[in-house]
Ligand binder design. Sequence first.
Ligand SMILES: CC(C)(COP(=O)(O)OP(=O)(O)OC[C@H]1O[C@@H](n2cnc3c(N)ncnc32)[C@H](O)[C@@H]1OP(=O)(O)O)[C@@H](O)C(=O)NCCC(=O)NCCS
Length: 405
Amino acid sequence: MDVEIRPCASAEEVSHAITPIRYYFGRTGPDENQTEQLIRVLPAERVYAAWEGDRAVGGLGAFPLQLTVPGGRVPAAGVTVVGVLPTHRRRGLLRGMMRALLDACHQRSEPVAYLWATEDTIYGRFGFGLASFTGDIDLSRERSAFHAPFAASGRVRLVSPAAAEEYVAPIYDRVAGVTPGMFERSSPWWHNRTLADPDWRRGSGGELQCAVLEDEGRPSAYALYRMNWAFDRGLQSGAVAVIEAIGESPQATGAIWRYLLDIDWMARVRAGLLPLDHPLLLLVAEPRRLGFSLRDGVWVRLIDVRTALSARSYRPEGSVVIEVADQFCPWNAGSWRIGRDGVDRTDDAPALRCDVTALGSVYLGGFTWTRLASALRVQELASGAAAHADTIFEASSAPWCPEIF
Ligand SMILES: CC(C)(COP(=O)(O)OP(=O)(O)OC[C@H]1O[C@@H](n2cnc3c(N)ncnc32)[C@H](O)[C@@H]1OP(=O)(O)O)[C@@H](O)C(=O)NCCC(=O)NCCS
């Protein structure tokens, strides 16, 4: 039977479209409530399905996000719920859905797509470049001392997640607004995703907890976490599972982490999705004890090179000409002059040559041109061109996306 790829037109069609990815989580189709929650943040027309008759055998969606980039924000498609049933894999259904999505983004001037990948090998062929690394920690509380005595200012109080938005959202907004990789969270996002605590997310862990640090009555840091308690022959062996801990200043970040690291009954503190420059790595006296382990972070696709690159800032060190190859979105191919004065097509000789994936890698500031050139992902056509491009693209912090969407 033929397969037709088209966007969904109703909540019911969305339920069908997300059934393939749910299959891989060991589940059947969603109930009405789950679909309703999803479409509050993911409109039906932004969900694509591969239909075989009246059954979706593949699906893919794209949250409408505002992504922070160095010096600005850009509309971005947050690609999600990508799945093709095992009965229909490797017949080009993902390719077809990605084609439909990127063409639609291009038409509606959404110049960037970004995502978390379950495997590194899936998305490069569609022009996504690895844009950040991220790290997990697993720390024994007994070895969690800071490098110097720390006097936390302010007080931590526990807030019910259902009532937490008014405390945590302003902190998140202030940090997300200046941290490349983070995106704006709407109230429905907080309600239906970040602060929701469905059983399937909890697994065998405790309920979602929220702690807010207040300094002179003003919230300045928060932590979302679970208490996963356990005892082994009378000895504590459980762990605090930190979902998200964000402070708006070094002092507030230190204080909320000290709170998490000092919770009684817990033997360990675990956290994931931390940026490579997270302060904790230097805050603790024994960084080795963090067991910081690296994995790929977000992947970025520039759908419209000119608009995407124009949305971020550059240092005033002139400009660089880069020749870009882009097989999947050929409208981007060609030479671009990039710098503080703008991003434009040019006939001038390029100094660097790369695939569009390399632009995705440098976009948020996670990787430098020099680093990409040393890994044979960029070709230097003029001596010193990568180092010069680095002075133009320089970003002040590592990208951070604290949640998988
Ligand atoms: C990943 C997945 C969506 C791919 O769907 P698909 O319809 O089989 O992919 P396509 O047939 O369109 O493949 C397009 C290309 O990607 C390649 N590809 C697809 N999935 C791949 C994978 N997991 N690893 C390596 N290559 C992969 C195909 O070989 C094909 O290569 P080609 O262009 O050189 O021929 C599907 O296997 C799946 O649902 N996996 C489990 C859920 C999952 O991981 N989803 C992704 C969430 S981020």
